[in-house]
Design a binder for this molecule. Structure first.
Ligand code: T5A
Length: 224
């Protein structure tokens, strides 16, 4: 793989989409080839599965069935979007990935860790993010941001946003545990600050972890 695979994780309203757009802009100014994608979704069939899950249609099946549906969407997303981009030397910025299944369905949904590990192995087929930014903030702050944005658009809460506060507080701890278990891949970013400060923290970490990405692209990428 010639491109870098970077994922953004965190609770609801953490600011992932905002920061992904800013990072894409910065990389574009350096002529770095980059695409932005998201989970669940990121390919036509995965977007269909997204609508089904976030519409709440799989909730009654329980967390493991939901994890299988997220995995099915992920297989198509990898196959159609992520892997071809990385092979062609394009960086991929992805809004949520396998850590979301580990946190939401695994830790908070109480699915056995060994089962989540096995599911991840068969789903990812060895494709792992080079770097994962975990945007960390109190659950109440993130939910308030997500709620305000939805109110502005006249939308309601989705399948997971409507869970109670203890669900979202557990989620925050689940992400911090993931970061603690994989410090080489994960960087925790304080997302409870001004968007410009969050952007600077992300750029600084990127420069430390993947320096070729933060320089002008003057030759074919060789950063695998
Ligand atoms: N899910 C997903 C699983 O359960 N398992 C899985 O395996 C996967 C892949 C996806 C849902 O599916 C679940 C997790 C999710 O519940 P989604 O619609 O894609 O749902 O929603 P989220 O990924 O949660 O994304 P959000 O859009 O809710 O949040 P973001 O992208 O983190 O936040 P963003 O950038 O849209 O910002 C939210 C609001 O806050 C403002 C923005 O302007 C916006 O209005 N904002 C800030 N305000 C103040 N300070 C800052 N620093 C700010 N940054 C942004």
């Amino acid at each position: 793989m010639a491109g870098c695979f970077i994922t953004f994780e965190g609770g609801e309203g953490a600011g992932k989409s905002t920061q992904i757009a800013r990072l894409k802009n910065r990389l574009g100014q350096l002529a770095q080839p980059v695409i932005v994608t998201r989970e669940p979704g990121g390919s036509p069939h995965a977007e269909e599965i997204r609508a089904f899950i976030l519409g709440g249609h799989a909730k009654h099946l329980g967390p493991f069935a939901e994890a299988l549906l997220f995995a099915a969407a992920r297989i198509d997303h990898l196959d159609k979007t992520i892997t071809p981009a990385l092979r062609s030397g394009t960086h991929v910025l992805c809004d949520r990935f396998a850590d979301s299944t580990r946190a939401y369905q695994g830790s908070v949904g109480n699915i056995d860790k060994g089962l989540i590990d096995q599911l991840e192995t068969v789903t990812l087929q060895g494709v792992k993010p080079h770097l994962t930014f975990i945007l960390d903030l109190p659950a109440e702050v993130g939910l308030a941001r997500a709620g305000a944005r939805q109110a502005g658009k006249g939308e309601g809460a989705d399948r997971f946003e409507e869970e109670d506060i203890s669900f979202h507080q557990s989620l925050r701890q689940a992400y911090l545990s993931i970061a603690q278990a994989e410090p080489k891949r994960c960087v925790v970013i304080n997302a409870d600050q001004d968007p410009d400060e969050v952007e600077t923290a992300i750029w600084t970490a990127l420069r430390e972890r993947l320096p070729p990405m933060t320089e002008p692209a003057t030759r074919p990428l060789d950063v695998a």
